[in-house]
Design a protein. Structure first.
Length: 112
């Protein structure tokens, strides 16, 4: 576990930081673990929107290493960011597809 005040590594289930002696939050792994959203990030990158999919992949790739090193707060934040960027990319891809369909519909009506 890493200290939220100074960033120093500490033993799991420690109440105070070994370096700054600040109080450490009692963070426990949520039931079912922490989802990394890597599959969603890759799908968004390939099918929807590359510029928003890349940050989603970067954050998704950070979840498991942070979790293995004991940085639960960092893993939760990376998971949250991966989910956020995946949804932003999906929304942007959907908006572009709908705009394209609208332009095609208007162009076909104007051609008649």
């Amino acid at each position: 576990m890493y200290c939220i005040h100074c960033g120093a590594p500490n033993e799991p289930h420690t109440r105070r930081c070994a370096r700054c002696h600040g109080e450490l939050p009692l963070l426990e792994l949520p039931p079912g673990g922490i989802q990394n959203y890597l599959g969603a990030a890759i799908a968004v990158t390939v099918f929807c929107c590359l510029p928003f999919g890349i940050p989603a992949i970067v954050y998704a790739a950070q979840v498991n290493p942070r979790l293995e090193s004991g940085n639960l707060a960092g893993a939760l934040e990376a998971s949250r960011q991966a989910r956020l960027w995946s949804w932003i990319g999906f929304g942007a891809g959907l908006a572009v597809a709908l705009l394209y369909l609208l332009i095609l519909a208007v162009a076909s009506l104007a051609a008649d």
